[in-house]
Unconditional design. Sequence first.
Length: 589
Amino acid sequence: MNIQVIYISVNRRGLQQRDQQRVAGPTINIGRGTQCQVHLPDPRVALQHALITVSESGATLEAEPGRIQVNGRAVDGAKLAVGDRIEVGPYLVEVVAPPAGVPLALAVTLVLPLASFGGDGPRYALRPPRLSKRRLAYIGFVGTLLLCLLVPVSPDLLGYPALTAAKPVPDSAEHLVRSVAVKFVQGWNPGPVARGHQPFGADCHACHQLPFVQVRDLSCIACHKTIKEHVPAAELTGAQGQAFRDTRCAQCHRDHKGMQMAPRAQEQCADCHRDVKSVAVDAKSGKATDFRTEHPEFRLSLLDADKPDAIRRVRLGKPASPDMVERSNLKFNHKLHLDPGGVRDPEGKRDVAGTRDAQGLRTVLKCGDCHEPNVGGRLMAPVSMELHCQRCHSLAFEPKVTKRQAVHGDEAEIATMLREFYARLVLGDVQPGVNPPPDLPRMRPGAVLTYQGRQQALKIADQKANLVLRELFETRKVCSTCHEVTRKTDEVGWKVAPVRITQVWMPGALFSHARHTTEQCTKCHDVSESKDSKHVAMPGIAKCRECHVGAAPVTGKVTSDCATCHKFHDGRDYWHGVLQAQMLRKGGR
């Protein structure tokens, strides 16, 4: 609500002058301070002399005892009405009838000017100094300019070249100038540089390339060439997006303020992610201000083996989305492999403790038998057929003939290996440990085959290799145990569906398996009832919140701000590269 104030004064002609002003209520400060709505510029008035509060029930006046008088009576508070006279030092404030729509009107008159206290007594004056304040100010300005601004840059002004290995020690005059300049530069230095900048901390020009100009982004990018944008500038929209685009590196990364430059204030992230679409209209991320109180459910990056150029982003939730499946073209049954009774193992029995019993036929598997952390422990290394699966899933093609197994590759690689193996047997090259099958014709030792005979021998080897190849792909179903195998329609042979397994489920998150080794794998990845490789066993946000909270500490929980799980400068290009690399990776679980 607005309040009307009328200032009554006398101009040079002796005529009364009235100046009206509307001030905003409902509270009005009266005093000498410039922040007061009713400003009374007189030293006999306190900075904040009195306070008037206006409400629907009327206006009230408050002040410290002894400061004001209302209608000739000293008070510290009163309810005001039209006609009341308030004495504020040399001023008279009258409550007058307000115009329509205005709850209160005040008329302010200076009744006792300060000049009336002069009297006719003697007057005294101070003799001005020989050097006026203005001259002293100029001298101080020029002195500061010379000492603090020109002296530090004096080596550049004098044209001294930068010190090099060829001239490590300057002459005496140059050495003096440089020494004095360094001393004065240190006077401007607000503190030691950050840990990463210490190798060139003494070279101010490395960052401060232009005098009296803030550190530019070009200076930062000169060293940090691979830094990525948090969001592509073209996708930023609105006023807040424009402000984010114009933010300099040094506005967030403040040097000379400690050893660590990277900011961790969660509020900086929440400023945009509280309403991220106001910054980038096409943003797909949800509202996020704190991991414990306001954070969207996790979103996974899934690969399709039949669509190598596609990345599906699916958000976890209950009920689960129909797209929350992994289409890797691999057959795998977690429940079968984690059977407490163990799985069949040709090499013998191995219990939970890892001991082997040569008389047994089963092995009890644990998650760590197949899933091993990679170097650094952040991600899990890809499961390899040769290292993890082949001990139980043998690729033997002639168990009674040789212990050799077929290679784990495509049909052409297996066929080449088999033809080579049987061709050497037909030609009489029997390797140690190999018992040639009785139905395979072989040449006599020492016999010399003609060209036609050699071609016939190779034809026999090809027929035998094709027969074994059919057994591996179709009859014995060795390959089809884990892979989708179909006959080729336009040519002879079989087609194995390509396998592409998701290795990085949440590429934008900083999760490390090495930091969670104290937990059981099944606590977060429940695969006890998983019978199909399409099943996605990734934990949701509720599982992480059992141990992790937001930026506010909670007893018994891990404090986790935004920077705990997310990096700012990873950039979309980087994570797209990670996903593209894993899309090209083949292999089994």
